[in-house]
Write a protein that binds this ligand. Sequence first.
Ligand code: SF4
Length: 487
Amino acid sequence: MSAETSVKTVTEHSPEEIERVKEWINTEEYKEINFAREALVINPAHACQPLGAQMVATAFEGSLPFVHGSQGCASYFRSTFSRHFREPSAATCDAMTEDGAVFGGQANLFEGLENAYSLYKPKMIPVYTTCMPEVIGDDLTAFIKNAKQKGHVPEDLPIPYANTPSFNGTHIHGYDSMLRSILTYLTEGQKIEGKCTGKLNLIPGFDGSTGNIREYKRILDLMEIPYTVLADTSDVFDSPCDGHYKLYPGGTKIEDAAESINGKVTMAMQKYSTVNTMKFIEETYSGEKVVMPMPFGIQKTDEFLMKLSELFGKPIPEQLKAERGRAVDAMTDAHQYLHGKKFAVAGDPDYLLGIVSFLLEMGAIPYHILCSRTTKKFEKEMKALLETSPFGAQGKIYINKDLWHMRSLLVTDPVDGIIGDTHAKWAARDAKIPLFRIGFPIIDRVNMHRTPVIGYGGAVSILSMIANKFLDIKDETCENQWFEMMR
Ligand code: SF4
């Protein structure tokens, strides 16, 4: 850059001052100031509400997600999915700008819906909002009704919608609102008294792992339990590369979602991302309703399988019993590399409960547990989980804190590793500890969404990732006399 075009630094700091501040932000004094912070969030461990809505909206066959709001927000959701899954993430947006903010976004919605329908011929267009239309109070009920009445889209085109203001929730709440809205729309008038599809409706919750969804399906196939996944992201975000672009590569069939109301059992695999959906299901669906913890580790996977066996009268297949035995063997073989090690964990409530449960099984110490937007109910549940094991005694729970708070914790009260998504890499780097990537988004490593972290196989994968990284570090950092062939 030439001297004429170079940017003039607004504030000059001496190298000594920079060094002083660098050291100061690692102190207890700074930590206290950091934790007193109220009006500012720095590097939160969550994403926007509409991003969660988009995950659901994209997971039905022929469904075209539609963002009512700002183009920049829509690009952020699409790019995050594309970076995490390394797949195209189709979605459209009515690109509200200043005039929409002043006069309301109805005109944008009319034009957007008309274009989206005529260009992409979707079977369904789920609509969800960014912050701008929420702030100005756009009335989606009226707008969508008007769009149909004025002929912008056919009367019978399903257009469920969800209000997803990001100033009042995270991606898990957006997921919940959109799923509830789609199921409400598709199941209306479909309930038939006395009819039972005999199927399990499995709701994975907000899960960035297509490997997890495939693992649920594999287990159900092995147990010969018929199922509908509500909603199925596995083929949408992990479609084969066969030289042909498919705009709608998979997802739950609309007919299956519609008849899910007559299912035998509806089972949510996450509690905190399905609160409102399960309320709706409790009130309207036939059959049993169950909310399970995510099956991380041996105990939670056992609970999942035994519940399925009980509800459907199916025995646990020999193949799964053998997988369990191999997982226990792998955990025994590698326990010494995790036992007594301290971990920080950050992420979504349901993932955190699962990961902490797994760490306790391994005799590892979940030490700093941070959730960047959640409730006292979660805190209580996590506390109860920690109390089930002596390895939980040192665990400290931080709710509604961000990853800059986590950084302060890591540098003043160190741990051996941190488990979380890519956002945690700065804190991990400053604290000079490894980051074990589990969660969403993971945008700086490849293919991690393809390997399940749930089930018995998932336990082996997590365990191997952590233990082998610790062994790598040992090899890279030990003195010559301790550089061993065998570890
Ligand atoms: S917080 Fe609101 S305005 Fe910002 S990206 Fe998310 S939805 Fe858009």
